[in-house]
Design a protein around this ligand. Structure first.
Ligand code: NAD
Length: 332
């Protein structure tokens, strides 16, 4: 069956997802939820969503028992993901939340608990988990092609514009670059290495305290240690462009991905040469795979559930703690 999706929060990323969903085989936009009436009209016309299936945030309850909605995809500023997720779960619909799933560990856990209690599934928009070049590198690592892996490098950053946007608002974003883009290096380290970190260390630098206020990180350099002995060295920043690179190094070989998480073609190579998987629109396969997970109970190769999102949130909190204390922080 087709996954019937309501989009909630019609901003920049929702626009990308909505376009990508036009090429989905198994997922379709069936409802729209927004705080802006004019957007509901425009998007409704554009994506053929009838007036009866356009809702304001206050009208959210109307989705209950609506057979045309299986899941609600939340794409608001980070702060509001938990609140909407819990409401949606209580209305009996599956929840898809954008990353980061919340602005702190406590809220992330509340989302997981609410979905469990309501008997609905919770998925996080980790689009890279379905990208073919990424999955092929992981397959090669698992087959031992790179030998014993000892090092991962993740570079994630871009120069952020408008100082007034929600991404630079501590309350709405939960932080700065780390919540938004650094999370790709954290998540990437975990799926590229195939293990969970046991400690973090981190250092912060700030060149523009006016733009990046207290609690909004501009640049954080961080390190993670893993049970196998592998270490990761990563950079998260809002102060530099062209930072989108993963590098995995083992005793027998290496893999390099640059770009590694951008929307465009992922360029991957190993010590044996370039990978040649054709570009796929990440959001298109993500939504088709989400349909398979929600409708067929398919288990994805790399998890995209609430527990997966929670792991990143715990690491982010540990990184913030390490920045503050200057000490190594152990992860349970
Ligand atoms: P955006 O600012 O372009 O859009 C946010 C939307 O939420 C807008 O429609 C805005 O009107 C609405 N909004 C603003 N403040 C609100 C509030 N207080 N309550 C409810 N709605 C509000 O932002 P975006 O780039 O679309 O990001 C949205 C989410 O998607 C974020 O969580 C972000 O991290 C995530 N995102 C993910 C990816 C990805 O590749 N997976 C890419 C971009 C953004």
């Amino acid at each position: 069956p087709i996954l019937k999706v309501a989009l909630l929060g019609l901003g920049g990323y929702a626009n990308i997802v909505a376009k990508a969903m036009q090429n989905c085989k198994r997922a379709k936009i069936t409802a729209l939820i927004s705080g802006t009436p004019s957007k509901l009209d425009q998007w409704g016309e554009k994506y053929s969503v009838p007036k009866s299936h356009r809702f304001s945030y206050e009208e959210l309850e109307k989705i209950k028992n609506n057979p045309d909605i299986d899941a609600v995809y939340i794409m608001t500023p980070n702060l509001r993901h938990p609140e909407f997720a819990i409401k949606v779960a209580n209305l009996g619909k599956h929840v898809i939340s954008e990353k980061p799933m919340a602005t702190n560990v406590k809220d992330a856990q509340r989302m997981i608990d609410a979905c469990k209690k309501a008997g609905v599934k919770l998925l996080v928009g980790y689009r890279m988990h379905f990208e073919p070049n990424t999955l092929e590198i992981i397959k090669k690592r698992e087959a031992g092609e790179f030998g014993k892996i000892l090092f991962f490098q993740g570079l994630s950053g871009f120069i952020i514009g408008d100082p007034k946007q929600w991404r630079l608002n501590k309350q709405l974003a939960g932080g700065g670059s780390m919540m938004d883009i650094g999370i790709y290096s954290i998540n990437g380290a975990r799926y590229m290495l195939g293990e969970e970190p046991i400690w973090v260390t981190a250092q912060e630098t700030k060149t523009d305290p006016e733009k990046f206020k207290e609690g909004v990180d501009e640049t954080i350099l961080f390190q993670m240690g893993f049970p196998s002995g592998a270490v990761a060295s990563c950079l998260s920043t809002y102060a530099l462009n062209n930072l989108d690179k993963f590098y995995l190094n083992g005793t027998k070989g290496f893999a390099e991905m640059m770009p590694s998480t951008g929307y465009g073609p992922i360029k991957a190579k190993t010590n044996k040469g370039e990978l040649s998987y054709p570009h796929v629109t990440h959001q298109t396969i993500q939504m088709d795979e989400f349909a398979a997970i929600l409708h067929d109970g398919k288990t994805p190769k790399i998890p995209v559930d609430g527990e997966e999102g929670l792991k990143d949130m715990k690491i982010i909190e540990a990184i913030f703690e390490a920045v503050k204390s200057g000490k190594k922080v152990a992860l349970k």
